[in-house]
Design a protein around this ligand. Structure first.
Ligand SMILES: Cc1ncc(COP(=O)(O)O)c(C=O)c1O
Length: 343
């Protein structure tokens, strides 16, 4: 893939030389015994970043989300989230399969949540209906084009959750991008949620790893759930070292990814391809009004050495990330308008 410009996802990044050095030098131990110093340091660091008591290193964002949901929602009870949320779209039914959790969704609105709509969906305790136990939001919103939920909306949602006595979870796989785009401190996000999952292997460029963040009591239980799900890792410090390096070196630079995404959005706009909501590193392409459908566009782009994602018949997506430099961006900026203009 070296000579291709890969815009399919921010998960395609490879560890940098500095990151590999940090991994090679990592002190390790058996993390199932709680004896890996690098994992312990990463967990403490991430908990502090969000102003929470504790955090737990997990192999993937999906597992981190599902551990958090099992912490918040007992079997047979209910989670509310967006119809396009990652937790109900791309986690292969895990909430139901592993947690026995019943999920109900509000219509897909990405980051544009109306807290009153959510409040009206909440069902109270009682033997006659499924009681709502948690609300999950996604910051930034993946299928919502990298949209950033405004801080005021999150505060209102916290109020809704408190009034109803339900928990609030954040799928913060790309919360770093929201932090950089809106300048909201991570501690400010942290204090609004009972649990967060945050990912080191999307924009931050680590090869593996996410963390569940929450109270000490919740993270103690999370450790059991992770082991039950097969996520207990041994000398995981090698991976945690990559995560620590990513946090130290790759958060502020996300602004570069956002700027490159904005340039891609501008380049496709003249061809009736709607990419107007771009705030962070995801550029959704709405091809409803274009002669090319998503598959045809992806095939033509591949011919030009540019890889893009097909999300639906007329929806494609471009993603900027650590492994995309200005040379790659320029190739994409030349190829995509040429293909769109020719159709
Ligand atoms: C918003 C969001 N949450 C969770 C995940 C899951 O991460 P993983 O692929 O590590 O399971 C992703 C993956 O892209 C994501 O975009």
């Amino acid at each position: 893939m070296a000579d291709l410009v890969d815009l399919r996802s921010d998960t395609v990044t490879r560890p940098t030389a500095g990151m590999r050095e940090a991994m090679a030098a990592a002190e390790v131990g058996d993390d199932v015994y709680g004896e890996d110093p690098t994992v312990n340091a990463l967990e403490a660091e991430v908990a502090a970043l969000f102003g929470h008591e504790a955090a737990l290193f997990a192999p993937s964002g999906s597992m981190a989300n599902q551990i958090a949901l099992q912490l918040l929602v007992p079997p047979g009870e209910e989670l509310l989230c967006d119809a396009d949320a990652h937790v109900v779209t791309y986690e292969i039914g895990a909430a139901a399969a592993y947690g026995g959790i019943s999920s109900r969704t509000w219509p897909a609105v990405g980051a544009d949540i109306d807290p009153e709509v959510v409040a009206r969906m909440i069902r109270p305790d009682g033997y006659f209906a499924v009681p709502t136990r948690a609300i999950a939001v996604e910051q930034t919103h993946n299928r919502g084009g990298g949209g950033v939920i405004p801080l005021d909306t999150l505060r209102e949602l916290r109020g809704v959750a408190d009034d109803a006595g339900v928990a609030l979870h954040c799928d913060g796989a790309r919360i770093w991008h929201a932090h950089v785009a809106d300048g909201v401190p991570l501690t400010e996000y942290g204090r609004l949620f009972d649990t967060l999952s945050v990912c080191l292997s999307k924009g931050l460029g680590a090869p593996v790893g996410s963390l569940v963040v929450g109270s000490a009591e919740k993270i103690e239980r999370a450790r059991m759930i992770r082991k039950r799900m097969g996520g207990g890792m041994r000398q995981a410090g090698i991976l945690a070292a990559a995560g620590r390096y990513a946090l130290a070196h790759h958060v502020d630079r996300l602004a570069e990814d956002h700027a490159r995404a904005a340039r891609l959005a501008e380049a496709v706009a003249p061809f009736g391809v709607l990419a107007s909501t771009v705030r962070t590193n995801l550029v959704p392409l709405d091809l409803t009004k274009h002669a090319l459908d998503a598959r045809a566009l992806a095939a033509a782009a591949r011919q030009e050495g540019v890889l893009i994602s097909v999300l639906g018949p007329r929806t494609a997506r471009l993603v900027t990330h650590l492994d995309l430099d200005d040379e790659g961006l320029d190739r994409a900026l030349r190829a995509l308008p040429r293909i769109l203009a020719a159709a």
